[in-house]
Design a protein around this ligand. Structure first.
Ligand code: GAR
Length: 196
């Protein structure tokens, strides 16, 4: 049984879907920790309600010292002995020193069809470019931002009149299908790309 820790920064809807899926009987992984850089993140209460241990390390207390923030975050994280680390709406950039510790076992979900639109404001950029399709990508995390090996993508149409908000909501629904599926495959040892 693989041990999975999840990092969040906000509402945690993807985290909830991952935890719910891991709770199903035949799943090869179990959730061991949900941690956030924001003590007020709504997802922390959702994780606690699901019976998952939580931790919060407020990045603002470290005044831009990323290494010190990451050292503090690593404490509860390493204590939970994760085999796999999932970023699920975690909005801090991690340093190579942190990423290297979890090489080959850290996943992220990103709200675009990578390699298109790494970084922020993905939905606004897709609309502005006149793209017919948008979507989400689950990928392995490497030291290059949003550029690790792609494990799976989900696509949605961009509809006439879409705003970044309406498109984000459509993509998020598909994220909730994609991420649990890819985590389940990853925890079973699958590394081939799988699109839905
Ligand atoms: C999701 O859309 C996720 O893809 C995105 O943040 C949202 C979190 O929602 N992640 C990023 O933008 C990472 N750069 P959630 O907290 O409800 O899962």
């Amino acid at each position: 049984m693989k041990r999975v820790a999840i990092l969040i920064s906000g509402g945690g809807s993807n985290m909830v879907r991952l935890v719910q899926d891991m709770r199903s009987e035949d799943h090869p992984a179990q959730p061991v920790l949900v941690a956030s850089n924001d003590p007020t993140a709504a997802g922390l209460a959702k994780a606690a309600a699901l019976g998952v241990p939580t931790a919060a390390v407020d990045h603002r207390a470290f005044k831009g010292d990323r290494a010190a923030f990451e050292a503090a975050l690593l404490e509860p994280l390493l204590e939970s002995r994760p085999d796999i680390l999932c970023l699920a709406g975690f909005m801090r950039i991690l340093t190579p020193g942190f990423i290297d510790r979890f090489e080959g076992r850290m996943l992220n979900i990103h709200p675009s069809l990578l390699p298109k639109y790494p970084g922020l404001h993905t939905h606004a950029r897709a609309i502005e470019a006149g793209d017919a399709e948008a979507g989400a990508t689950v990928h392995e995390v490497t030291t290059d931002l949003d550029s690790g090996p792609i494990l799976g993508q989900a696509r949605v149409p961009v509809e006439p009149g879409d705003t970044p908000e309406t498109l984000a909501a459509r993509v998020l629904q598909r994220e909730h299908q994609l991420y649990p599926l890819i985590l389940r495959r990853f925890a079973s040892g699958a590394r081939e790309r799988f699109d839905i």
